[in-house]
Design a protein around this ligand. Structure first.
Ligand code: FES
Length: 292
């Protein structure tokens, strides 16, 4: 394997590849930073919790079968996503295991497309398809230099001690970046008590609606003949996000199939928990339905 040179890893690729590499490397580091500084991303009580995000993709994603097992280990999965984004970004800019980083970026973008942006129509309004194509283009562009010779190997040469040290350096820098990000956590803007959840006129009897409660946690609002009421969507078993199924009129947890009856104070009616969903106090105030 050719000796590593940061400068040559940039000089030996075409100008277009440099541009794509710079953009993708910076963007993936920024993506990792964005998640690391989000106080809700790894917090099961938050609406932006990675587990809540995965749960929300279950109904629409073509790979929902692969998502279900992840929900239970969502926090670990969230950590690995942040570290992977940092690692791909750092390796891409540094030119360490660059082809591997490009393939990693490609597979991550494809996964995001099949989950987070799958429902965006037309497809070109969602950015993940564009990222996937850019990563694949970068992969092919860095495989060969302008004279057609390969300049960067796909798999790192693990017999090369310095290459191993460089890769470990990328891993260490990625983990360190997460901890630095945690020190710069932004405050989570959450709606205040009294803020309108929905206009009363737009929420007739028989309606249900997911919303973010005043403490930032996911919740669901109902209206029946007897009035308005709401529950936390955080499952009382292990904290996955429950969803309302109108056909059977129950709240169902995707993790271990706990079911809760919204007409009986959120009581657990089957599954591994006997604890009802916590109630959230709501009321009709003027033209709005608000949390009180
Ligand atoms: S977390 Fe286990 S059933 Fe909801």
């Amino acid at each position: 394997m050719a000796n590593y040179s940061f400068a040559k890893s940039w000089q030996n690729i075409p100008v277009g590849a440099r541009l794509i590499r710079l953009f993708l490397g910076v963007t993936f580091i920024y993506g990792g930073w964005n998640k690391a500084t989000d106080p809700g991303f790894l917090n099961p009580q938050s609406a932006s919790y990675i587990g809540a995000q995965i749960t929300s993709y279950l109904d629409t994603s073509p790979i929902s079968f692969a998502l279900k097992p992840m929900i239970e280990h969502a926090t670990v999965f969230g950590w690995s996503i942040i570290i992977t984004e940092f690692a791909i970004g750092i390796a891409t800019l540094a030119g360490i295991a660059l082809e591997l980083a490009a393939l990693g970026g490609f597979f991550l973008s494809i996964t995001l497309w099949l989950t987070a942006t799958w429902t965006v129509k037309p497809y070109f309004l969602g950015s993940d398809t564009a990222y996937a194509v850019l990563w694949l283009a970068l992969f092919f562009l860095v495989r060969q230099n302008t004279k057609g010779r390969r300049v960067i190997a796909l798999l790192p040469d693990l017999r090369d001690r310095r290459e191993v040290i460089r890769i470990l350096g990328v891993a260490a820098a990625s983990v360190a970046a997460v901890f630095v990000g945690k020190r710069f956590e932004t405050s989570n803007p959450t709606p205040e008590t009294g803020t309108s959840i929905v206009k009363e006129a737009e929420f007739p009897i028989g309606s249900s609606k997911e919303f973010v409660a005043a403490d930032g946690s996911p919740a669901v609002l109902f209206r029946t003949k007897s009035g308005v009421f709401a529950y936390s969507r955080i499952c009382t078993h292990q904290g996955c996000s429950v969803s309302y199924e109108a056909a059977s009129n129950v709240l169902i947890c995707p993790c271990h199939n706990a079911r809760f009856d919204p007409t009986k104070d959120g009581a657990a009616i089957s599954g591994p928990t006997k604890i009802a969903l916590p109630k959230i106090r709501v009321a009709i105030k003027g033209i709005n339905i608000v949390q009180i």
